[in-house]
Each structure stands twice: as structure tokens, then as C-alpha cells.
Design a protein around this ligand. Structure first.
Ligand SMILES: [Zn+2]
Length: 113
């Protein structure tokens, strides 16, 4: 898959996420307060699920936008840590990554310790 095809995929993904984000926003806006206490507990649990979905959606949108910007700047396949080229197979599997496989492993090791 070439960069153009991946870019198209990212743009589609971004559109999906934006749609989801709109639906989440509509949920917050239109939601009526629950009628009684037993409903309130379920209601709060749902809100937590939706909140974490919302967070994940926003994060994904940020990383896709970042990947698109990196494509525009022709930095997409350059590792942001060491400046080496990121492997094509890695970019195909993880188009929003900013690190080559070596630097990603280094970070992972650092996070674990
Ligand atoms: Zn690197």
C-alpha cells in the first residue's frame, strides 16, 4: 500500500471518528436526567463508558491529524526520535506511529522500568 492509499484510509477513519464524536456530543446535550435512583446508577455507568469512548475517539483523531500533517511535511516515514526511516511494513500496520521499531522498543523498555 502506498502513502496515497494510506492517507485515504486515514481520512476515512477521521470522518468516522468525527461522526462518532458528534453522536457522543449529541448524547451529552440531549440527555434527560434519570427519573429515579435505580436508573441513576445505570445511567452513571453508561456515562463512564461513553466518556472513555469519547476520550479514545479524541485521542485517535489527534494522532490521525498528526499523521496527515507529517505526510504533508514529508516527515511521515521519518522517526521523530532518531530521524531514521520508519519501515514501510510498520507504517502500513500502524499509520499513526511516529517512531521506528527500534525507538518504539526503547520507549517500551523505558516505560516498563
Ligand atoms: Zn527511531
Amino acid at each position: 500500500m502506498d502513502q496515497k492509499a494510506i492517507r485515504k484510509k486515514l481520512l476515512e477513519e477521521l470522518e468516522n471518528l468525527a461522526g462518532r464524536s458528534d453522536r457522543i456530543e449529541a448524547h451529552w446535550r440531549d440527555e434527560a436526567p434519570p427519573a429515579d435512583w435505580s436508573e441513576l446508577a445505570i445511567h452513571q455507568e453508561n456515562d463512564e463508558v461513553i466518556e472513555s469512548l469519547d476520550e479514545r475517539t479524541q485521542e485517535q483523531m489527534v494522532s490521525i491529524r498528526q499523521a496527515l500533517r507529517r505526510m504533508d511535511a514529508e516527515e511521515w516515514d521519518t522517526c521523530s526520535d532518531c530521524g531514521e526511516e520508519i519501515q514501510a511494513a510498520r507504517l502500513e500496520a500502524l499509520p499513526t506511529t511516529t517512531l521506528c521499531v527500534r525507538c518504539a522498543e526503547v520507549r517500551e523498555t523505558l516505560n516498563k522500568s
